[in-house]
Design a protein around this ligand. Sequence first.
Ligand code: HEM
Length: 218
Amino acid sequence: MTTLTAAPLSWAMRNGTRREHRAAEGSHFMTALLAGRVDGAGYAAYLRRLRTVYASIETAGRANSADPCVVAVLDPALERLDALDADVAFWAPGSATEGDSPVADLYAHRVRESAVWGGLFVAHHYTRYLGDLSGGQAIGRSLAREFDLDESGKGLAFYAFPQIPRPQRYKEAYRARLDLLRLDAGARSRIVAEVKHAFDLNRALFAELDKAISPAPG
Ligand code: HEM
């Protein structure tokens, strides 16, 4: 049986964080979003938080682009800021692109701190972009149905990766690059722990959104 410490990094990142993935997937906000119970303003509140998070990942990535771990994952084809700006403009025209969110700020701070070592940065990169290329694709299709949007992609640019026509193949290559990194068992387990933390931060973001967009009781 493969143990987490002996396993290739990509295997450990996926299998060592199944519980955290399930928890994020099953969060109340995600369920409400997929069931069509979040309106455009609520969705814009989500996008503004994501913008803060992706700005931190994309800035930290560029600033540390010589680190071998960062080199393994960095790819302009993944960048989401322009897509997020376009979607915020669609859902909340004229509003600020980033919102007042202590959790998004905390998440961004953690990403910036993680960049002291590319391995920790990779944990954050993986959690967001590989998620976007996996369940994120189904979420995008589901939102198109829920919000009754046409095929033009307007409002859902966040889920479109025009330069990545085959996400499955892309993810395989991404995992292969992770597995070629020369990291010892201790380093690999630090990365898995950071992925768990990244999932928890996403869950905290959803919990904050729940509070921000649900009407106050009474
Ligand atoms: C309703 C919400 C979600 C659904 C339905 C969902 C679904 C999935 C599915 C089906 C996969 C496997 C795809 C494959 O094997 O190629 C996957 C992978 C993944 N998801 Fe999610 N997911 C959700 C939420 C999230 C969230 C909130 C995050 C983190 C922010 C996330 C991060 C990931 C990551 C990193 C992977 C890649 C695992 C790997 O291949 O190593 N997911 N998701």
